[in-house]
Design a protein around this ligand. Structure first.
Ligand code: KG4
Ligand code: ZN
Length: 337
């Protein structure tokens, strides 16, 4: 088979990223231009500022990726792009760039769902083995997905309110940690003791999650202690918070593995970088003979390499778009059966 090289574009939030991926599993080169330093001072991503920065960055990133890979556009087989979900203004820049490159070169255009990208980040480490359960944990998503084969996604549970990454970022903010606070909470959680009596998140028979209760409990606790003039032990609070959210994530995931009779688990999305969650899942998977796959750290948070990996399998399935492709802020992954 002739090698397939996909030029992938990701701009759904505050990273302008492009990557060239060979045959869905080999990363030739990736460029990620992060805007974190710009958004930090606002305590979160400001959508309008993000899209303006994507406009400035997109052509710079295109030049950089081709020179880093030592390739030119004629070497590329197809263009893959995140069309959603995400920030609409940010997505539009990537989609417009992809459409323009496809139009000028006559190459196929492959629309990629952002979550499919996070899942296929694992294919860059090791070929996905089916059937599998995917735990998708990011700033915008918390979902348990069953996959019987490539590019077939069945949702079995999701968050009823906040996404886990969003919850981490809010907890970080209330104790004065800079955006994005998830990694900082994770670090402090390893330095404290589980001394705060926080409520456990929803732990029922379904595969759904709810994190707004524990988030509000942390916010109220911090405000009450501040009003009383007491000092919060940040390390202990992070430990108590992380212990509760990661144990419910791990417990429901392992239950899904048993009920769906699968022996492969993949974890995807920014929060898969979380050390506490990794430790729990590694232990459970070892004890239950489950093969666990977690992307390397740079493929956990948003990047175009994962979009290039997913685009390869979408392309093989015949998923291509024309010049009417547009970005969408909210979209259902589960239409791909
Ligand atoms: O997947 P991602 O880059 O963007 C979305 O698609 O949402 O995920 C970003 C999220 C942020 O909320 C960030 O705080 C969180 O992932 N995150 C972490 C860790 N590293 C990143 N949360 C907890 N622990 C971490 N180590
Ligand atoms: Zn993401």
């Amino acid at each position: 088979m002739k090698d397939i090289y996909i030029l992938a574009i990701e701009s759904s939030c505050d990273e302008t990223s492009m990557s060239i991926i060979k045959n869905g599993n080999t990363e030739i080169a990736t460029v990620v231009l992060s805007q974190i330093d710009i958004h930090k001072e606002f305590g979160g991503v400001v959508p309008e500022i993000a899209s303006r920065n994507h406009i400035e960055n997109i052509t710079i990133v295109l030049d950089e990726i081709l020179s880093k890979a030592n390739m030119n556009i004629d070497d590329i087989t197809a263009i893959g792009v995140t069309y959603g979900p995400g920030l609409i203004g940010s997505l539009l820049i990537g989609v417009q760039a992809a459409k323009t490159i496809a139009l000028v070169t006559g190459k196929p255009l492959i629309p990629v769902h952002h979550i499919a990208g996070h899942i296929y980040a694992n294919n860059l480490e090791k070929r996905l083995q089916f059937p599998l359960i995917a735990l998708v944990v990011s700033g915008g998503h918390t979902e348990l997905i069953y996959m019987e084969k490539d590019y077939s996604f069945k949702k079995i549970g999701s968050t009823l309110d906040d996404a886990i990454g969003e919850c981490y970022d809010k907890v970080a903010k209330v104790i004065g940690l800079e955006y994005p606070g998830g990694p900082k909470v994770d670090k402090l959680a390893h330095q404290g003791k589980d001394n705060y009596n926080l409520p456990y998140p929803l732990d029922d028979k379904t595969y759904n999650f709810s994190f707004s209760g524990i988030k509000s409990a942390v916010i109220n606790l911090v405000h009450n202690e501040e009003q009383r003039g007491n000092i919060i032990n940040k390390e202990d609070l992070c430990t108590s918070f992380q212990e509760r959210v990661t144990s419910v994530l791990a417990r429901k995931t392992m239950r899904a593995i048993k009920e769906y009779h699968v022996s492969n688990l993949i974890v995807a999305g920014g929060v898969s970088a979380n050390k506490g969650l990794r430790e729990k899942l590694e232990k459970e998977c070892r004890e239950n003979n489950v093969c666990l796959s977690i992307p390397k750290i740079e493929h956990c948070t948003d990047n175009a390499a994962m979009i290039g990996a997913a685009a390869f399998y979408a392309y093989k399935k015949g998923i291509v778009a024309d010049q009417t492709l547009t970005a969408v802020a909210v979209d259902n992954l589960y239409k791909y059966e």
